[in-house]
Design a protein around this ligand. Structure first.
Ligand code: SF4
Length: 464
């Protein structure tokens, strides 16, 4: 994906003439889509992307500020890039995204080397501020985030040549007690179905065959649109785009299942039998304190309905451990829940006390070492569940999306099944693959070996 001289996650270089720009994208796939839209602006106006920040005349850092460690990484990255104003060719340093939205003008004093700060609702004005006369006008552009891009906003897919993220909405109307995102991203704003279909067509023309649908809450998709619209209708419309073969849904909220979703997951051949549904916890008192608006029983009913309608579904979820007031008993309830539900993929995160969130002021803050111990214990439980699940796949066949040559060995190709999302789930390493298979090809394979999260496979002999 990228070969930068800096260790920071930069967008890959482009060819051609123009002002040289280095763009770093921190945080989640939704932030990456924002970075790709900013690159779209730049490339449409005689700029080229460079890998080496030392060669760049303009450096853009799109920040994350979801939790304190992410904010610290953002500040470290900005300070590292500011160094290129002295040792490199950098004339303009632009900082955008969630950290700017969170801390606003207070950053001007902290980071004086930065020329422009753009909040999450102002990134579409990047070219405008770059064209502004030096020193004229405010350094910071931060307001209530209202902007929503459409298919006319140029975007450069930087994830991989065959897979892309599609951000279907922005913002969130929930108010989970531990979460700062509604403050950073604003109210729910859904893109229209025709606009998303048009963008999917553009991505398919670039060779993309897999779309990963992301948002803060994908099950709320369309609730804010005049005339409604829902995730079921969106999946149906996107599945009619030529060239798109796989649609994967991320960030469902366990508040009930919108009409049409189960039918799409069960019956649409292009919709992966996959659902990412962050649950965060399973103990009643903790879910209540988290203001999740759901109970353990409610979550169990939703999971049971999903599995009854889509028996082969692969479920990913995430949990927070160490939330204020979480007792040993609450944690035991969570461990039992994970053992009972046997999820395919699980992420576990220690709670972070974030200023500006209701939970930060709650009594019963849990010591760091206890949080880390609980995270490790829950991941240990999940690793053994995943190991058994992976081993049960040996001897079975699957369709794999080839993404390239394995980092492990050039004799192996790497890819994913439809039940493995990019970047967060395991991969399939394919041995003895036919010559000339390009990224974006699909290959039918037989699983020959299993590790805790990854699989090894060989092509299925074509039936004579
Ligand atoms: S659903 Fe909750 S955790 Fe997710 S972005 Fe919204 S407020 Fe945050």
């Amino acid at each position: 994906m990228d070969t930068t001289t800096s260790s920071r996650p930069a967008l890959p270089a482009t060819t051609g003439e123009g002002r040289r720009v280095h763009v770093i994208s921190l945080g989640c796939p939704k932030n990456r889509v924002d970075s790709e839209l900013m690159v779209g602006q730049l490339l449409s106006d005689d700029h080229v992307l460079v890998d080496d920040p030392a060669q760049a005349e303009i450096i853009v850092v799109n920040t994350c500020s979801f939790i304190q460690p992410a904010t610290e990484e953002s500040i470290d990255t900005v300070l590292e890039m500011a160094g290129y104003k002295h040792t490199g060719r950098c004339e303009k340093l632009v900082v955008t995204g969630c950290m700017v939205q969170r801390y606003g003008r207070s950053l001007e004093g902290e980071l004086p080397e930065v020329d422009h700060f753009l909040g999450t609702g102002e990134e579409h004005r990047l070219l405008e501020v770059l064209r502004g006369r030096d020193g004229s006008g405010p350094k910071s552009h931060v307001d209530v985030p209202l902007y929503l891009p459409d298919e006319l906003a140029p975007r450069v897919n930087s994830w991989s040549s065959c897979s892309a993220y599609l951000k279907i909405s922005e913002g969130c109307d929930h108010r989970c007690a531990f979460c700062i995102i509604p403050t950073l991203r604003g109210r729910l704003r859904s893109r229209t179905i025709p606009s998303l279909v048009a963008e999917a067509r553009q991505l398919a023309e670039q060779g993309v065959v897999e779309l990963n649908l992301v948002s803060q809450d994908s099950t709320a998709y369309g609730k804010d649109l005049a005339g409604g619209g829902n995730i079921g209708a969106l999946l149906q419309a996107l599945s009619e785009v030529d060239g798109i073969e796989w649609l994967r849904l991320h960030y469902a909220y366990p508040h009930g299942l919108p009409a049409g979703l189960l039918e799409q997951l069960a019956g649409n051949p292009k919709v992966c039998r996959y659902l990412d549904i962050p649950l965060q916890h399973a103990s009643g008192p903790v879910l209540k304190a988290m203001r999740r608006g759901v109970t353990r029983e409610g979550q169990e009913r939703i999971l049971e309905r999903i599995r009854r309608h889509v028996p082969e579904i692969s479920v990913r979820t995430t949990f927070i451990v160490g939330f204020p007031g979480e007792t040993d008993g609450d944690f035991e309830v969570l461990c039992d829940f994970v053992k009972q539900q046997r999820f395919d993929h699980v992420g576990v995160f220690p709670y972070h006390q974030e200023d500006g969130t209701p939970a930060a002021d709650l009594p019963g803050q849990v010591p760091e070492d206890v949080k880390v111990a609980r995270r490790d214990e829950l991941m240990k439980i999940q690793r053994s569940i995943s190991r058994k699940r992976m081993r049960s796949l040996v001897g079975t066949t699957a369709r794999v999306l080839i993404e390239g040559v394995s980092e492990e060995s050039e004799l192996l190709l790497r890819g994913r099944t439809s039940t493995q999302a990019p970047d967060v789930d395991g991969q399939v390493y394919v041995a003895n693959a036919p010559e000339g298979l390009r990224p974006g090809s699909f290959l039918d394979v037989r699983i020959t070996k299993a590790a805790d999260y990854d699989l090894v496979a060989e092509p299925v002999e074509p039936q004579s």
